[in-house]
Structures are given as C-alpha cells and as structure tokens.
Write a protein that binds this ligand. Structure first.
Ligand code: NAP
Length: 250
C-alpha cells in the first residue's frame, strides 16, 4: 500500500511541497483550514476544514494510516502547529515543521517589533495617522477601537466586524511588486505600516517600499514554534527530511 503523507497547508511552501511530491511513492493529502473563500489549491488530494482539535487530528492520522506529517502552515497559525505537535506525540507519527525564515532588518529600516496585534495597536497612535494594515482580515478587530486613525487594510477576503471606523479595504493577495507597493503607499498617503513577520518573498516588497519612503513599520513577531518539533526552513530541506523516509519521487 502507498504511504500516506499529510501536509498541513495554506502557504506557498505547502503548495510547492505538494507539487514536488506529485507522482512520488507517497499519496499526499493537503489540508486547508477553509478560511479563504476561493483558496489556491495544491495539486493532489485536498481536504478542507478543521480536524476537531489535537484528538480529532490524532484520530484522522490513525484512520488514514498517515506515515508522516509536514506542518507547512503559516508561521502565525500557532494553534494548528500546537495541535499537530500534540497529535504527533500521541500517535508517534513523525512530524516536520516547514517554516520559512522571518524577515531580516536591513540598514534604513524603521521597524518597531511587538509581541502581538494588541501591542501593535497600542503603539500606532504615536507613529502615524494613516495606517497600511497587512496582518490579515482575522486580526483587524484588534485595531477597531482606534478612532483617530485611518486604516487601509489589505486582505484576501473582506474583514468582518468589529473593524475600525475609518477603514478602506483592498481585496488582493500576493505576490506583490515593489513598484506596486511604492505606488500604493504614496497614493494612500500612508505614514505607518503594520505587518506580521511572515517572511518569504511574496509580501516582502512592502518592507522595501516603506524603507525607501522612510516609513515606520510595526512588525508583529512570530509565536514560538512547539518545542521538540524539527524545523525545515525551505521546501528542499523538507524534501530532504522526507527523502530519508523514502517518501519523495526519485
Ligand atoms: P490557527 O489559529 O492556528 O488554527 C485554528 C484552527 O483552524 C485549528 O485548531 C484547526 O482546527 C484549523 N486549522 C488551521 N489550519 C488548518 C489546516 N491547514 N488544515 C485544517 N485545519 C486547520 O490557524 P489560522 O492562523 O487561522 O490559519 C488558518 C490557515 O490559514 C492555515 O492553513 C494557515 O496556514 C493559513 N494562513 C494563516 C495566516 C495567519 O496569519 N495566521 C496567514 C496566511 C495563511 P481544528 O482544531 O478543528 O483542527
């Protein structure tokens, strides 16, 4: 019987991994949370929706006879990553976390690192009045009470209340270009940017554009990954981990 591999997805890297594993010795199922109305789908089998916590995931791993799990969720999907670690520990199924590195500050960056969206909101009034908010639609509520500021929020799907009173929404998804980001910041007279430290190339141009324009950037730091789970920082590194288990195409 073909080995079964579960990729917890929702990222560019998860889709690249599923593509690299196509036609290999393992049957690959990619899992999506179902947050995005029209998600970019990976190649291969896809399941959508939660598992029902760590116990639900453990039951799924057993029922589906999963040989290994790659947690390729977004670095801020901390609950799913914790659940994956717990389910792997319960079932003994090997687990790898695929996490692209965070962004590195370069000369000229005016970054303000904070621990949470709430801390970002607390800092904003001292930094600017016209905010480019790129932390995703689910976190917009943390800024809803900031009446004196104007927000331009970019997200894949429209945010739901509570949202700030002065809010323009830009529905879009990466990758974004430097020219586009520069033009956007200028056109909307943005004077401060808020981002998660998502890492990766697709959404990094906003950081370069902000640096060029001398704008402060509030950077929400990543939650700590679960202890004891091996981490690969790239798709090739994850493929190396899978190759050692005979799960990659020749
Ligand atoms: P989260 O808070 O860590 O997870 C909350 C719950 O959503 C989990 O307990 C799980 O439900 C379900 N879930 C999350 N990821 C799942 C997956 N890949 N497959 C099946 N169920 C999943 O997650 P989140 O931050 O809302 O992120 C949701 C999805 O969006 C993830 O796939 C992530 O990769 C992607 N994403 C997140 C961000 C971000 O900034 N957080 C950005 C880009 C993409 P059960 O407990 O019922 O299993």
């Amino acid at each position: 019987m073909r080995a079964h591999l579960l990729v917890l997805g929702g990222t560019t890297e998860a889709r690249a991994l599923a593509a690299a594993l196509a036609d290999g010795p393992a049957r690959v199922t990619s899992s999506l949370a179902g947050r995005v109305a029209a998600p970019r789908l990976p190649v291969g089998d896809v399941r959508i929706g939660g598992f029902g916590g760590p116990d639900g995931l453990a039951a799924w791993l057993r029922a589906e006879r999963v040989a290994a799990v790659v947690d390729a969720t977004h670095p801020f999907a901390a609950v799913m990553s914790r659940n994956a670690a717990a389910a792997a520990a319960t079932t003994g199924v090997p687990l790898l976390a695929l996490r692209r590195p965070g962004w590195a500050r370069v000369a000229g960056d005016r970054w303000h690192p904070v621990e949470s969206l709430e801390a970002a909101a607390a800092l904003l009034p001292g930094l600017g009045r016209r905010v480019f908010l790129t932390t995703g639609r689910q976190g917009i509520g943390a800024f809803a009470h900031l009446d004196g500021l104007h927000f331009l929020a970019r997200s894949v799907d429209p945010p739901e209340p509570p949202v700030p009173a002065a809010l323009d929404v830009l529905l879009d998804r990466g990758p974004f270009t430097l020219d586009g980001e520069r033009a956007l910041l200028r056109e909307h007279l943005i004077d401060v940017v808020v981002t998660k430290d998502s890492g990766g190339a697709a959404t990094a141009p906003k950081l370069t554009a902000a640096r060029e324009l001398g704008l402060p950037v509030v950077v929400v730091e990543r939650p700590a990954p679960p202890a004891g789970v091996p981490v690969a920082e790239s798709v090739p590194a994850a493929l190396g981990w899978l190759a050692a288990r005979g799960l990659t195409p020749r």
